[in-house]
Design a binder for this molecule. Structure first.
Ligand SMILES: Cc1cc2nc3c(=O)[nH]c(=O)nc-3n(C[C@H](O)[C@H](O)[C@H](O)COP(=O)(O)O)c2cc1C
Length: 207
């Protein structure tokens, strides 16, 4: 086993550039949903819950996903804006953790993304009472039929106001890279508070 000291392979500069580079490699390598990420939310009492969502936009201002604000996650977000994201790209053996508060996207952003989706997805999400108990799948089909009747082929499907997006503004981003012999490389970036200019700095961590 090589015990020679080596350099961290995770760049110490701009974490967003490293995110972009790793995400581009994942888009080329992963067979399905390279933009899938686990979203952790918690109740105000600190009971966590986690589920997968799709990353639909990202940049230094944040990481965006879309959902139904009446869902379980929506209820948790309403009362506790702190959240965390996790990407694990299995074929690349890489992980990225992101933490920070959420804000809702603007209605214009939510409209633009909603209407970019296939018509069937717009109808299905408009008909879904996400996370509520469903006695029978027939009830969901009945709601879908109602929505289809309201918005006939060729008409614009109105975005339900509770179908929206959230942007996580990162205060910490941590990269994990598989290395031989469990000598993994781990680097955590943290952003200073706005009073000190919101500068990012990073530290190596034991794996
Ligand atoms: C790969 C994958 C991607 C998903 N993407 C989304 C998404 O972008 N938005 C969403 O609301 N649910 C998405 N889901 C479904 C969620 O994981 C979850 O079942 C749903 O949002 C309800 O979660 P909640 O009850 O915690 O609110 C996805 C599921 C999988 C497996």
């Amino acid at each position: 086993m090589n015990r020679e000291p080596d350099q961290s392979a995770i760049p110490t500069s701009d974490p967003f550039a490293t995110f972009d580079a790793w995400f581009a490699e994942a888009q080329a390598a992963e067979p399905n949903d390279p933009n899938a990420m686990a979203l952790a939310t918690a109740t105000p009492a600190g009971a966590p819950s986690v589920r997968m969502v799709l990353l639909k936009g990202h940049g230094p201002d944040g990481f965006v996903f879309y959902t139904n604000a009446h869902s379980r996650k929506g209820g948790e977000i309403r009362t506790n804006l702190q959240a965390a994201l996790l990407f694990h790209w299995k074929s690349l053996r890489r992980q990225i953790r992101i933490e920070g508060p959420l804000t809702e996207v603007t209605p214009a952003e939510a409209d633009a993304y909603f209407h970019s989706r296939p018509r069937v997805s717009q109808l299905a999400s408009a008909a879904s009472d996400q996370s509520r108990a469903l006695a029978d799948r027939a009830d969901y089909y009945a709601r879908l039929a109602e929505v289809e009747a309201r918005f006939p082929e060729g008409s614009v499907i109105e975005r339900p106001p509770h179908w929206t997006g959230f942007r996580l503004a990162p205060t910490a981003i941590e990269f994990w890279l598989d290395r031989p012999g469990r000598m993994h490389d781990r680097r955590r970036f943290e952003r200073d508070g706005p009073e000190t200019g919101g500068v990012w700095s990073s530290t190596l961590l034991y794996p």
